[in-house]
Design a protein around this ligand. Structure first.
Ligand SMILES: [Zn+2]
Length: 118
């Protein structure tokens, strides 16, 4: 890992920035503590994670997907605790379709999150 670039182009590039949402808090730009990440679900399509920022206490849900294009991450701010999300997700097995649906919701949510933080 080299020096982290903190300057990011605005626009849709952010959606294709691997790992950004799992490394830095979108609210205060603090680096996340990897220990605060909880894996909510793992499927062949991707991994759903809940990360709490130790600085501003905002929580972020991210999905990291792997495809031929490489690794992508998407995320949105949430006020739901990891435990609550696990309980919701735990009610039924997570299917690929669920992940795709979350993926689509996240794509919309990140636009909303960007609008809030800009
Ligand atoms: Zn933060």
């Amino acid at each position: 890992m080299g020096a982290m670039q903190h300057q990011h182009p605005s626009g849709p590039e952010m959606l294709n920035d691997p790992g950004r949402m799992v490394q830095f808090c979108p609210m205060c730009d603090s680096e996340f503590n990897p220990m605060s990440a909880r894996i909510l679900a793992e499927t062949a399509q991707g991994t759903l994670m809940h990360i709490t920022c130790r600085t501003c206490r905002h929580a972020v849900v991210t999905i990291v997907t792997m495809s031929q294009q490489g690794v992508s991450s998407f995320g949105f701010i949430t006020d739901a605790a990891a435990e609550d999300m696990l309980r919701t997700l735990g009610a039924e097995p997570v299917h690929v379709n669920d992940v795709i649906e979350v993926h689509q919701q996240l794509t919309k949510s990140i636009q909303f999150a960007k609008a809030l933080t800009k």
